[in-house]
Design a protein. Structure first.
Length: 355
């Protein structure tokens, strides 16, 4: 009898329905028991037997629910003690089952949040370490050259001018490092806004390539451009977008084989315009390729041109942030030493311009 009732109650999908039927069945069992006992005894025994039978029946029929509630409570205790890998068992399909699902989902979200906080904390430490190292190097050189000039530790005017020029060069390099750091910090701030205006992107690229060519030639690199002759007008922040494109050019120049060629192209379709910067350099591993857009990652020193000073490793991350602010993407492909970085940016019209 009890087994039949268990099977009937177990098939219910709602805890309220299950508890209701447990109450009804317990009441029926208690009434039947009381009637049976009353046939043999007309005292208070039937009433006492009714109450006792009802309590025992209700306890037996609702025991699974109580045990599951205890299991959920114990699971919450385990999770609250810091074991975020623990998951409460999901043994039912009613409200308690959904509670168990919610507990597990909450635990997973909490675990992800803690992992993210740890990652952010690690990132902050890397930021401090990276900034300290990158700023200390040119600053140490500046102090060294200034000390030589202060103590007149130079042999002639030519050496004096060389010390002075090196000091100036290191100071400019230090300023560029600080500018990169400031720009990256500013771009990762949620308060930064784009100054969107209708711009001919082709004309902007053409002007920047024209200004870049002397630098490239000085570093034994030629420019091969294919950006068409038709205007490509869209709403962008020309200052920030120019910074993103300039970072790609300088990155290609730093890591190109010398002498070499930097190929720049632009294509369009109905929704996007695509800017590609291609150069040939020393092949890298898959792990290095995946880290190229990580901040402060500078790649292999053997790949970099010795004529160009090292940066903070923020060039590509800054480019990615700027392009993503324009709702676009930046991708890099590498095949046997040929590096291709593509910016994919959607067209915008005047209706989406910032005020």
């Amino acid at each position: 009898m009890i087994n039949i009732l268990f099977s009937l109650i177990k098939g219910k999908k709602s805890i309220r329905v299950e508890m209701f039927w447990a109450f009804i069945f317990s009441l029926i069992i208690a009434v039947i028991s009381m009637v049976v006992v009353a046939n043999f005894n007309q005292t208070y025994v039937p009433t006492i037997f009714f109450v006792a039978t009802f309590i025992v029946s209700f306890y037996l029929l609702t025991g699974r629910v109580v045990r599951y509630l205890i299991a959920l409570a114990e699971g919450l205790d385990i999770i609250s003690e810091g074991n975020l890998e623990y998951r409460v068992p999901i043994l039912r399909e009613d409200e308690l089952g959904r509670v168990a699902l919610s507990i597990n989902a909450m635990t997973e979200r909490l675990d992800r949040q803690i992992q993210m906080e740890r990652k952010i904390e690690k990132s902050k430490m890397e930021l401090i370490t990276g900034v300290s190292h990158d700023l200390r190097t040119p600053l140490t050189s500046i102090i060294g050259y200034l000390d030589l000039l202060r103590t007149s530790s130079f042999q002639d005017q030519n050496e004096y001018e060389r010390f002075f020029q090196n000091t100036y060069s290191k100071a400019i390099h230090l300023k560029n490092l600080i500018d990169d750091l400031f720009e990256y910090t500013r771009l990762t701030s949620s308060s930064i806004k784009l100054n969107l205006k209708q711009i001919d992107v082709r004309q902007l690229l053409d002007q920047m390539i024209f200004e870049f060519e002397p630098i490239a030639l000085e570093n034994r690199a030629s420019i091969d451009k294919d950006i068409g002759h038709t205007a490509v007008v869209t709403a962008i922040d020309s200052e920030k977008f120019g910074r993103a494109f300039d970072n790609l050019l300088m990155n290609a120049l730093k890591y190109s084989i010398k002498p070499g060629t930097i190929r720049i192209s632009m294509q369009t379709d109905e929704q996007f315009f695509y800017i590609t910067v291609e150069n040939e350099g020393t092949p890298i591993t898959k792990d290095q390729e995946e880290k190229l857009f990580d901040r402060f990652y500078k790649g292999d020193h053997s790949r970099r041109s010795e004529d160009i000073q090292t940066g903070t490793g923020l060039g590509l991350p800054i480019t990615r942030n700027i392009v993503e602010m324009h709702e676009g993407t930046v991708t890099l492909t590498h095949n046997d030493g040929v590096f291709v970085v593509m910016m994919t940016v959607p067209f915008r019209n005047s209706s989406v311009l910032s005020p």
